[in-house]
Design a protein around this ligand. Structure first.
Ligand code: SF4
Length: 458
């Protein structure tokens, strides 16, 4: 099992790219700051959003049933999936029923979470991602590295080379506008040929049984308006009680994600077009388990804006793929242990716990507190690497014996001052690879304090 630090090391091998990645995301964070400060009621909106979500989570069963009832009354076919496997089977069955062979998909983190593309492709169904970033990573056969900007880890030159290889654009064409035009031209046929259009759901409204999909490219709308069948896949936490709550979330989402005042397309879906089908798949996949963990249930507030990633110093300098989970960054690090604690045990440690993620989160998730709580659970469950487990145990034991602790400090300071540098900063010293220790002081703070607490009088 490869941990986060090892995967981050691979990303860090290209220092120039790491700096570029860091600066690009910081630029987005800065845009978010300007945009959020542009509305005086920002903090009130955050409070309101968190309160609405708290209400939804405490009455989730009722809101889900209300949503289902209203959606069915609108002519939408509602399906329930307890996990990723069931979700994929349901989507496949719908496609089979209409004898579909070609699917166009707009960005949906839930379908990424369920690995739907692979599932359908194995069953000879062509799935084309139509969001530009998603299309890029689909062509490069990679996973998204960010939830809002899935191909943010790729520079325009890399995209140009990829398009040259896969789409036949001229070699050396790196102009983003021309590359976008090439992708658009190629996608147009796919839209026209699609049997089924798949979308995610940003917000589902219990009181109306309708739902909203937000995109900046209009690709979701293009897909669902051309294909005769629309399948919308949503996690069960995406509910809001009433239409009047929508404005709160739409304002927070766009500003937090990209610094825009509003997403270019906030499309409302409520009923199928005449002669067409509309399906909605409600997916649990570990969400009710999270709901049952009081310390972590607030993570279900997430509206997937990506702001916590853009601000996180670890994410910006380690890249989304180092998390090895569909949702990377701080929020991914608290969601993933709920799915597989052993596999993702290193993620809650991929944080400085600086709290910047919690500060920017539009729905006020206490992300850094949850990261800290996961660390305690992971340690208790025995998922720490042996080296960390033993070193922490030894340190704990030493600190519980003050005389020994002071003696080891004295010996350590002495040894460090006489050991040759090559030995202290040898290959074994991971910590010392990027840092320099100050020269060891002549005395410990404890000794200094004893000598000085009475102005030098003992
Ligand atoms: S945890 Fe908060 S900041 Fe991070 S993606 Fe979710 S809503 Fe956005």
């Amino acid at each position: 099992m490869i941990d986060h630090a090892t995967r981050a090391k691979r990303f860090n091998a290209d220092e120039k790219k790491v700096n570029w990645h860091d600066e690009t995301l910081w630029f987005v964070r800065h845009k978010r700051d300007l945009s959020s400060k542009g509305i005086p009621e920002w903090e009130q909106l955050r409070e309101l959003a968190a309160a609405i979500k708290a209400n939804v989570l405490s009455h989730l069963d009722e809101y889900l049933l209300e949503f289902e009832k209203n959606a069915i009354a609108n002519g939408i076919q509602v399906h329930w999936a307890k996990n990723a496997e069931e979700h994929n089977q349901i989507v496949h069955q719908i496609i089979q029923k209409v004898k579909g062979k070609k699917v166009v998909k707009s960005k949906s983190m839930l379908t990424e979470e369920c690995h739907l593309n692979e599932y359908l492709e194995e069953r000879q169904i062509e799935v084309i991602d139509t969001d530009l970033g998603e299309r890029i990573i689909q062509l490069s056969k990679e996973a998204p590295s960010h939830i809002v900007m899935p191909a943010i880890h790729m520079k325009k030159e890399e995209v140009g080379d990829l398009f040259h290889e896969k789409l036949g654009t001229p070699a050396g064409l790196y102009d983003p506008q021309l590359l976008t035009a090439a992708a658009r031209e190629q996608l147009r046929f796919r839209f026209l040929q699609a049997d089924v259009a798949l979308t995610g759901v940003n917000f589902a409204i219990a009181e109306t049984g309708g739902f909203v999909v937000c995109t900046n490219e209009g690709n979701a709308d293009m897909g669902v308006h051309l294909a005769p069948v629309h399948i919308a896949c949503m996690g069960i936490e995406k509910l809001i009680p009433k239409v009047e709550h929508l404005g709160v979330f739409l304002r927070l989402l766009a500003r937090s994600a990209t610094g825009q005042p509003i997403t270019a397309y906030s499309s409302h879906f409520r009923t199928p077009r005449p002669g067409c089908e509309m399906h909605i798949v409600l997916v649990d996949n570990g969400r009710t388990e999270l709901l049952g963990r009081p310390d972590f249930r607030k993570s279900l507030n997430c509206i997937r804006c990506g702001a916590c990633m853009n601000t996180c110093p670890i994410y910006r300098r380690s890249g989304g793929h180092s998390y090895d989970y569909t949702i990377p960054g701080p929020i991914g690090s608290i969601l993933s242990p709920n799915i597989d604690m052993r596999k993702h045990s290193s993620l809650p440690f991929a944080s400085t716990l600086c709290g910047s993620c919690s500060d920017v989160c539009p729905v006020k998730i206490d992300i850094h507190t949850q990261l800290y709580k996961w660390r305690q659970i992971i340690a208790k469950e025995g998922h720490l690497p042996a080296s960390k487990r033993w070193s922490m145990r030894m340190a704990g034991w030493l600190m519980a014996h003050p005389t020994l602790f002071r003696l080891s400090g004295k010996v350590g300071r002495r040894i460090l001052s006489i050991l040759p540098r090559q030995l202290v900063y040898g290959r074994w010293n991971e910590w010392g690879k990027a840092r320099e220790m100050p020269p060891p002081p002549a005395q410990s703070f404890h000794d200094w304090y004893l000598n000085n607490r009475n102005n030098g009088k003992k």
